[in-house]
Design a protein around this ligand. Structure first.
Ligand code: ACO
Length: 325
């Protein structure tokens, strides 16, 4: 019998400090940086984001989201046999946030590692977990997106610091006789490294280069819309499905204008798109599982719905996962 993988539980966590556009504009004004709620809402759709306290790490956020997902799935932490954390803002250079999370969950022994694909990290991680379950290497996986992007923002650069937030989302992915994950389509093109990056690195005990986020926003916008459509269409074709089969589109929550353009290209009304960017901002690898969990908990997404998850981010990386929930 073929083994498939299926999401059996979702969870998420936002750090308690909620920062509205007005709050952020006031903080930035104190630095001499000018922005407004109106500009941010019109250009991005973002109204608020959450920022973690300075001593809170990606694995802390991941632990909260994971416990919720385990509870929703009715799975005990000790039965998890694979942990993958998608993050670009891990607790340390090493070990991975996944290993730190494993200890926080009070378990040991199963493989645990991070995936670094920036805002596409969750679709990458989900695809890896699906592949490992299909080969029999795992049967109950925890797949998490967790980020503290506030750590790498340049609060003197208004073109980037208003866009991002912190948070985590998690799913339990279990072996199943029925799908589950129907198809996935992943890509990268390293020639776009400079379009969105944090160029700094650690060397000889010092930070070399600039450790804050740099982005060419307009170039990202153009590239994102095209590749998101291509990845979604490729995932549909691999599963023998069409646009009309999608019940919910859960795109990476970067910017409402990118999401609207993508939905239009896929001929999906905005009523079928899960939108949380207004309340979360762009939480990079956490954005898709955060949006998924919020739509599951609000009762929008029901068991049996067909979901298209798609992400695009630094690298550049992009990809889509089509699944029956
Ligand atoms: N507040 C007020 N004014 C601002 C701000 C701000 N926060 N940021 C920029 N401006 C100003 C600029 O200085 C510029 O002023 P000027 O005309 O006097 O020079 C003006 O607004 C227009 O700037 P643009 O960069 O042309 O604005 P644009 O409409 O392109 O919007 C944005 C910028 C929102 C970044 C857009 O390009 C975008 O959404 N790009 C996609 C980037 C993205 O979503 N990245 C997320 C990470 S990547 C990912 O997750 C896939």
């Amino acid at each position: 019998m073929t083994t498939y993988s299926r999401i059996t539980g979702t969870g998420s966590y936002l750090p308690p400090r909620r920062v509205t556009n007005a709050d952020l504009a006031a903080e930035l004004a104190a630095r001499g940086v000018e922005t407004s709620d109106q500009w941010i809402v019109e250009r991005t759709g973002i109204r608020a984001r959450h920022f973690a306290a300075p001593d809170v790490t990606a694995s802390d956020l991941a632990a909260h989201a994971s416990r919720q997902a385990l509870e929703a799935a009715g799975v005990a932490a000790k039965d998890i046999d694979l942990i993958i954390v998608a993050t670009s803002t891990p607790d340390m250079v090493f070990p991975s946030a996944a290993c730190i999370l494993q200890a926080k969950l009070g378990i040991a022994g199963c493989p645990a590692f991070d995936v670094q694909a920036v805002c596409s990290g969750f679709v990458y991680a989900l695809t890896i977990a699906d592949s490992m379950i299909k080969t029999g290497a795992a049967s109950k996986a925890l797949v998490i997106g967790a980020e503290v992007f506030s750590r790498i923002l340049d609060f003197n650069d208004r073109t980037t610091c208003v866009l991002f937030g912190d948070g985590a989302g998690a799913v339990v992915l279990e072996a199943s006789d029925t799908p589950g994950i129907l198809s996935s389509d992943l890509h990268a093109d390293g020639k776009h490294v400079g379009m969105l990056c944090v160029p700094g690195t650690v060397s000889g005990g010092k930070v070399l280069g600039d450790p804050l986020l740099k982005m060419d926003g307009q170039a990202v916008f153009k590239l994102a819309v095209g590749v998101l459509e291509d990845a979604a269409r490729a995932a549909l074709a691999k599963a023998g499905k069409t646009d009309a089969d999608i019940d919910w589109l859960i795109p990476h929550q970067a910017n409402i204008r990118i999401m609207t353009s993508t939905a239009k290209k896929l001929k999906l009304p905005m009523e079928k798109v899960v939108v949380t960017v207004d309340q979360h901002g762009n939480t990079s690898a956490a954005s898709i599982p955060l949006a998924l969990d919020s739509a599951v908990r609000s009762g929008k997404i029901r068991k049996g719905d067909t979901l298209m998850l798609e992400g695009v981010g630094g690298g550049f990386t992009w990809g889509a996962v089509l699944l029956d929930f």
